[in-house]
Write a protein that binds this ligand. Sequence first.
Ligand SMILES: Nc1ncnc2c1ncn2[C@@H]1O[C@H](COP(=O)(O)OP(=O)(O)OP(=O)(O)O)[C@@H](O)[C@H]1O
Length: 366
Amino acid sequence: MAEIHLKKLAHSYSANPKFTSEYAIREMDHVWEQGGAYALLGPSGCGKSTLLNIISGLLSPSEGEVLFDGERVNDLTPSQRNIAQVFQFPVIYDSMTVFDNLAFPLRNMKVPESKVKKKVFEIAEILELQDVLHNKAKNLSADEKQKVSMGRGLVRDDVSAILFDEPLTVIDPHLKWKLRRKLKQIHEQFNITMVYVTHDQLEAATFADKIALMYDGNIVQFGTPRELFEKPNHTFVGYFIGSPGMNFIEVARCAGGVEFAGITFPVDAGIQDILDQVPTDNLKLGIRPEFVHVCAESIEGSFECDIKHIEDLGTYKIITLDLKGRTLKARIDEDQQIPEHKVYVSFPKQWLKLYVDEYLIEGDSE
Ligand SMILES: Nc1ncnc2c1ncn2[C@@H]1O[C@H](COP(=O)(O)OP(=O)(O)OP(=O)(O)O)[C@@H](O)[C@H]1O
């Protein structure tokens, strides 16, 4: 088991990259602590598989180092790194029994047969594969095959980490939650570092203690699911996490804060200092639909909006609003009564975030 440190790591598939855009992984420093359950989340093409393959040793990074417990492993193969990797599609030997598939990594390491048997039974029980242990793998269902794939990583006591690359893609939706729970349970039982790649935020949030959100070759935020939801440190995080994503409104500087369409939003002194120093005009206010306060009547600090659309999702409603020409989404309870055409919205200060050049800036009080 190991702490995995990515030090000044970058990777380009081009032989002589000249521009940042030629890097699939932009230079990063990142630590996966020993025993953590992590998700590597991001849209297609952001670099998740590249990063995973660099950790496992399937791919050699063009720059920087991979350290396991402080030791450089750049030149070690996946098996020398003791990494187990579970891919989208199960990697198992169809002609072997489930038992022999699970025993394979141990027999390869010349583990005595009595220990092989004990370990295989233990893992088969955890993964609920006892009843099919003597069946040929080719006759298994897709989820059973994927469980065998996972089991082959788990039988070894010496794995540094288990890396999962979208492991539930081929699994029936109704079995997904079951396997995900199983993985979580295995993590708690074995305390192995696990990195789970997915583009599904729900999958990431239910599996991981901490999520690394990737965008364009960078880890833009590393935090708990709650931190990513409540305090996105980049507009992409706000947009990608949540359903629907965060509202962003372009604003301009004004005396005492920022404004749009004549509405002023005061900012703290700390934020004002930062605003005074940055030359950019790329300023955005962000607020999650869940935190927009919607009222039928005008209250102090509220703004009148036209209702453009109401989407009833059974347990809540998403309303699309027009606030002085800007589109805004708000989430309200199913039973909240609102007028047909107009509502009043207000923005609780603690949930209103300011982004400069797409990055969150914070004042002294935050
Ligand atoms: N073998 C390769 N040669 C050249 N470019 C590659 C190669 N593999 C990936 N890339 C590029 O590197 C970038 C990152 O790809 P990667 O597969 O790591 O992303 P991903 O987030 O895992 O995407 P997905 O979720 O679709 O698998 C993409 O622009 C991709 O086109």
